[in-house]
Design a protein around this ligand. Sequence first.
Ligand code: ZN
Length: 212
Amino acid sequence: MRDIINGFLRFQQDVFPSRKELFKSLATGQTPKALFISCSDSRMVPELVTQREPGDLFVIRNAGNIVPSFGPEPGGVSATVEYAVAQLKVSDIVICGHSDCGAMTAVATCACLDHMPAVRNWLHHTDAARMINESRHHETEKDRIDGMVRENVIAQLNNIRTHPSVAVALAQGRLGLHGWVYDIETGSILAHDTATNTFVPLALHPAASSDH
Ligand code: ZN
């Protein structure tokens, strides 16, 4: 805890003064352009890997970068998605999985989660991805886990389309959906290409050359 407090003191003394104009401009409102949904994993830092400033990204993080399908009793993730799309009017949503994900490893290897009942329940939101991944042949355990990470991103992109605010924004053509997988060791990102249903390096993805 001391490291965290010392970090804040350094921020207050060294960082904040040099950025105070930015923070002043943000004091009374935000206009983030994107909703970024990623895992809570400490090794994937959305603002770092996208080089975004405070005010740029509206962020949801949870175990497994999961977006439950919209239902009769919407929870915190649903409310946050709705706020981002209906109120802040973000123009893009990125759902970003990552390599070596503990949640996806547990799902892909059918790990016993009896001692973590909340995690076990939460990961049922990946059932479609799990069954697709299980239906495929994998040469190695790592391939199985990597496949689960990718299928989960696709499944959560499908889930988020069931949210009324997202469905409306998509119908109006004012929202883009993006599925990414970040590799911790290499710092690279693969992006889902809907045309081919494959993952390609982000720099080669059609979105990288669009001005959207
Ligand atoms: Zn993770």
